[in-house]
Design a protein around this ligand. Structure first.
Ligand SMILES: CC(C)(COP(=O)(O)OP(=O)(O)OC[C@H]1O[C@@H](n2cnc3c(N)ncnc32)[C@H](O)[C@@H]1OP(=O)(O)O)[C@@H](O)C(=O)NCCC(=O)NCCS
Length: 255
């Protein structure tokens, strides 16, 4: 690249580093929650694929017809999602990981999350989370909040330095959790961001609210607002966002 140069000298308000191989590695996970309705939290295995796809169809059918519709179809999983049986290689090579919550006594899969990694950006996106409709609002002891708090400790162990999530706007439950309980910052509101199914063969473009968090050394390598070139209207938007983001509360720390 020595024949070329960047538009402006940047990285003056943060650390810079030599570009080396960047890799996210999915940490393995198996954990049993305490309490009388114990849940086993674990990564996806080959035998879970059919059940997981059915859980997504029951819980998140809106992705039908979208770039993420593969989560609804078992035949699309192999080659994409890291599987317990091939963990040694899949944890490095597969772009997606799924974590399942299984009722210890009935063995029923009652919630799932799907994560996407972007190695060269040291980024993990918490793409989807869903609880089976029969287990929502804490029924059967499934409380999304207590599961998520442990789960973000796990994200830190992937080696990621930028973690992101987008929350749908057909309810505000996840916005509340990520903002008021997880302490993540609002990145922006994305009207029309993803196509979403609305029944029969029909779709619309939904609006998602995006959140982020810099973990591990991510903050140290990120430029600060002092060196951003922003037009006045966007500077105003940033100031407003910062003011609102001060209200983001954290009941658990991941960095
Ligand atoms: C999103 C989903 C996982 C949430 O699970 P749920 O069981 O319905 O969530 P709850 O209603 O129990 O809310 C979770 C917690 O947040 C609190 N909460 C949620 N929204 C709130 C709000 N606007 N203000 C205050 N508290 C709020 C609840 O009181 C609850 O607190 P608790 O755990 O301390 O009792 C579930 O509804 C689901 O699978 N939906 C379909 C798929 C989906 O929409 N996924 C997310 C897309 S972004």
């Amino acid at each position: 690249m020595s024949a070329y140069h960047p538009y402006a000298e940047m990285g003056k308000t943060c650390r810079t580093r030599v570009i080396e191989e960047k890799k996210i590695v999915w940490p393995s996970l198996i954990r049993t929650t305490s309490g009388d309705k114990a849940l086993v939290i674990r990564v996806l295995g080959k035998n879970d694929i059919g059940t997981a796809a059915e859980l997504w169809r029951m819980s998140y059918p809106e992705v039908y017809g979208s770039i993420h519709e593969w989560i609804l179809f078992p035949e699309e999983y192999e080659g994409r999602v890291a599987l317990k049986e091939n963990w040694e290689s899949d944890s490095k090579d597969r772009m997606y990981a799924m974590i399942l919550g299984e009722e210890a006594d009935t063995k029923k899969i009652v919630f799932a999350t799907m994560l996407t990694k972007f190695d060269m950006n040291l980024q993990v996106e918490a793409s989807f989370i869903a609880i089976h409709p029969d287990y929502r609002q804490g029924k059967g002891g499934v409380r999304i909040w207590s599961e998520l708090s442990a789960f973000y400790e796990w994200m830190k162990d992937t080696g990621a330095e930028y973690i992101t999530v987008f929350c749908e706007t057909w309810h505000n439950i996840t916005q509340y959790i990520w903002f008021k309980r997880m302490g993540w910052k609002i990145a922006g509101i994305f009207p029309g961001s993803y196509t979403r199914w609305c029944g029969d063969r029909n779709e619309y473009r939904g609006c998602t609210v995006h959140f982020y968090r810099l973990i591990n050394d991510g903050g140290a390598y990120s430029t600060k607002p002092e060196e951003w070139q922003l037009i006045p209207e966007i500077r105003k938007l940033w100031d407003c966002l910062e003011e609102i983001n001060k209200q983001s509360e954290e009941e658990i720390s991941v960095d």
